[in-house]
Design a binder for this molecule. Structure first.
Ligand code: SF4
Ligand code: SF4
Length: 280
């Protein structure tokens, strides 16, 4: 089963719960798709493996061949080519998605593509668990490319059971991660922000028709109810982790609370049982 652990907002404890589930079932492939800030490895243990670059083709213009016809700027739906009224258009590399269209529409073949490194994939063992991590290069905005390449690498392993630690939010990077999942486990917290962002995530998983269950973390820090959302989206709460000072301190030390907090570990084991009972 391929499980995506996601949360509408950051700070709900999504990665702590991902790491705990992995430590409870170390034969599951760990995949960190939170490529803008990957930190699953910190909670799992030391990493041993290799690092591979993620590249994508970026359009470039050979100015001496350009006849200033403007066709490339008109064709690029991403707004990556600026036409300044005369001369050679300017390509904004950070907006180029490497779709390959502009070289095709350029009459004198003045546009070519060049591979650019946009991130990296770490592949190996982390804390005794098979591990993959996508990491976006500083300054790059091609988050989805790094996620897709990391998932492609995971598919090459032929492992049946995955746990993907997804990016926060409800934008394209989350959708790019969720579309590979058999089920989504949404981690939320009982606060107004938690509820609001959870609603966005539930709309997304419903639209994508992904079976979904909820985990409420830090119960006790707020009293916001989500029962109406559960009914509306047909998603049950299958675990509740009480707010715990010892769990917070473990996280601050870079340790998973699964190793240090007996109550947390017990809740995690029971969460696994519930996932298997309902979704296997
Ligand atoms: S390759 Fe695609 S995205 Fe990049 S500049 Fe050309 S048309 Fe735009
Ligand atoms: S399509 Fe080619 S020739 Fe026309 S403006 Fe763009 S780069 Fe220049």
């Amino acid at each position: 089963m391929k499980i995506a652990v996601a949360s509408g907002k950051g700070g709900t404890g999504k990665t702590s719960i991902s790491a705990s589930l992995l430590l409870a079932r170390p034969d599951t492939l760990a995949i960190d798709l939170d490529v803008e800030e990957p930190n699953l490895n910190i909670l799992l243990g030391s990493f041993d493996g290799c690092v591979m670059p993620v590249t994508m083709p970026i359009a470039r213009i050979e100015g001496s061949k350009c006849i200033s016809c403007r066709k490339c700027a008109e064709a690029c739906v991403y707004g990556a080519i600026a036409w300044l009224g005369a001369g050679v258009p300017v390509i904004n590399e950070s907006l180029c998605r490497g779709c390959g269209l502009c070289p095709r529409v350029c009459p004198p073949e003045a546009i070519y593509e060049e591979d650019q490194v946009v991130g990296e994939i770490r592949s190996g063992i982390c804390g005794g668990i098979s591990f993959l991590e996508g990491r976006l290069r500083v300054g790059s905005v091609n988050t989805v490319r790094v996620i897709e390449e990391t998932v492609k690498k995971a598919q090459s392993f032929n492992e049946t059971d995955w746990l993907m630690d997804c990016p926060p939010g409800t934008a394209c990077p989350v959708a790019a991660s969720l579309r590979h999942a058999d089920m989504a486990l949404l981690v939320t917290e009982p606060t107004p922000f938690g509820r609001s962002d959870l609603e966005g995530m539930l709309e997304m998983t419903a639209d994508m028709r992904i079976p979904t269950a909820l985990v409420v973390n830090k119960t006790g820090i707020g009293d916001i109810l989500i029962d109406d959302l559960c009914r509306r989206f047909n998603a049950d709460i299958i675990a509740r982790y009480p707010f715990s000072r010892s769990a917070a301190e473990s996280g601050a030390r870079g340790e998973s609370p699964f190793k240090t907090d007996a109550g947390w570990a017990e809740t995690t084991r029971s969460l696994w049982s519930d996932i298997e009972r309902r979704f296997s």
